[in-house]
Write a protein that binds this ligand. Structure first.
Ligand SMILES: NC(=O)c1ccc[n+]([C@@H]2O[C@H](COP(=O)([O-])OP(=O)(O)OC[C@H]3O[C@@H](n4cnc5c(N)ncnc54)[C@H](OP(=O)(O)O)[C@@H]3O)[C@@H](O)[C@H]2O)c1
Length: 400
């Protein structure tokens, strides 16, 4: 029997910055290279605040790759509103700076468009709640572009974490996760989005979504925790003096589920209350370490090779049994590596297409609730360290 042809999923791209270019480059890689047969992505429109930039973007990132001559060809628009009105679009990708996610996503949603919005999904949790309400009202799909969740490695790590059998490592006890980059902030212009508070600058909102995503994927989602949000959020922040944004940020989260009924295969007693800690770090001044994340569990440790947004390798080390010798001694270990064409931003795009075609308003894998936990943690850390956005930056500042 002949294999059915993949369906075409049509994207409109908002903004022509660095990330939008990278996303489109991945989007247009042949999905068969990652064994995806049901969807093929097509860019049908690109919008910039300057039509010349949109034109150049189409030439540089779309026309050279998208060989398909079928209509519609990619249109370049000189305003975001024109793109929202384009009837040929199945989904809008938002790649503006953090503090411009809200207006861009809102414009698309109100025009009845499905939206994939870059991380951090908004500047604060109130903006996010407002976007979720609008998306539901307009019956459109809305997702934060948390591409890490859709990496093939994450699926395999989660199997080991949740596995009650041979490969299982027992319950997570503590996660250390770090995503840092040396952006040399003192050499950047003060209006650069990484250091300008008007654009949501700082380590936490730019790099911090990844360590936090690992905490949510490994602890929040663990069956013993059963999606309970952190019961405690504590932070320590070193500021970037010239602008006051956070330069080095450490967050400690405690998760607890006193009524957990989950039992690992190594538990000889009945279910017990669950508690685990996540220690997360991001910095604008140092490179990231490898392993970038270490998940210490009751029976072993999983090391996630850097970089943690798109790790392509992990190592599992099993401890000697309880009371069987030196602390930390490893009984056995194995490593798994993953390869694919592209950088890894395309896996989330496949999920978006399937959700939209399935009539879903949110992804079951990275739904609204997880983005809300993430933004609530960031709000709390900003409150604790006194990082206040300049007047007018936040578009929504309280529950309506
Ligand atoms: N997923 C990832 O791995 C990843 C990696 C890097 C960045 N990101 C995210 O992607 C977003 C954009 O980052 P980027 O590095 O691509 O930034 P960028 O290069 O500065 O691009 C942002 C684009 O947004 C548009 N824009 C709209 N309003 C703007 C304003 N007030 N000031 C400046 N630009 C404005 C501009 O495009 P037009 O002039 O064409 O309208 C600009 O080119 C951020 O939220 C960031 O967190 C994600």
């Amino acid at each position: 029997m002949a294999t059915p042809s993949p369906r075409v999923f049509r994207w409109g791209i908002i903004s022509t910055g660095w990330m939008a270019g990278k996303f489109v480059d991945d989007l247009l890689i042949d999905p068969k290279t990652r064994d995806v047969r049901d969807v093929v992505h097509k860019v049908v429109a690109v919008a910039s605040r300057d039509v010349k930039k949109a034109d150049d973007f189409v030439k540089d990132h779309v026309s050279t790759v998208q060989k398909d001559d079928s209509d519609p060809k990619a249109t370049a628009y000189g305003s975001y509103d024109e793109l929202y009105a384009d009837e040929n679009i199945d989904v809008v990708y938002v790649g503006t700076p953090h503090t411009q996610h809200y207006p861009a996503a809102l414009g698309a949603i109100r025009a009845g468009k499905n939206v994939l919005c870059e991380k951090p999904v908004t500047a604060n949790s109130f903006e996010l709640k407002s976007l979720i309400a609008e998306a539901k009202k307009h019956n459109v799909f809305f997702m934060e572009a948390m591409w890490t969740k859709f990496q093939p490695l994450v699926r395999e790590v989660k199997k080991i974490l949740d596995d009650e059998g041979e490969l299982g490592v027992g319950r997570p006890v503590v996660l250390y996760a770090d995503f840092s980059m040396n952006f040399r902030p003192h050499d950047l212009p003060l209006m650069h989005r990484l250091v300008d508070p008007k654009l949501g600058g700082g380590a936490m909102l730019d790099l911090g979504p990844y360590p936090l995503a690992w905490a949510l994927m490994t602890i929040l989602e663990h069956p013993a925790n059963n999606l309970q949000p952190p019961s405690s959020i504590q932070s320590s922040v070193i500021k970037f003096a010239p602008t006051g944004v956070d330069q080095n940020t450490t967050i400690t989260l405690t998760f607890s589920n006193p009524t957990s009924t989950w039992k690992s295969s190594s538990d000889t007693t009945g279910p017990k209350p669950f508690t685990a800690t996540a220690i997360l770090h991001s910095s604008l001044t140092i490179p990231d370490p490898t392993p970038g994340a270490v998940i210490r569990c009751e029976r072993g440790t999983i090391e996630i090779h850097a970089p943690i947004p798109r790790s392509t390798g992990f190592t599992v080390k099993y401890y000697n049994g309880p009371g069987e010798g030196e602390a930390g001694k490893v009984k056995k270990e194995f490593t798994r590596e993953f390869e694919y064409e592209g950088f890894g931003w395309h896996f989330q795009a496949d999920e978006v297409a399937r959700c939209v075609w399935g009539g879903k308003l949110e992804s079951e894998q990275w739904g609204h609730e997880k983005s809300l936990v993430m933004m609530s943690v960031f709000d709390e850390v900003r409150r604790q360290c006194g990082y206040v956005f300049p007047e007018g930056v936040e578009h929504v500042v309280g529950d309506s």
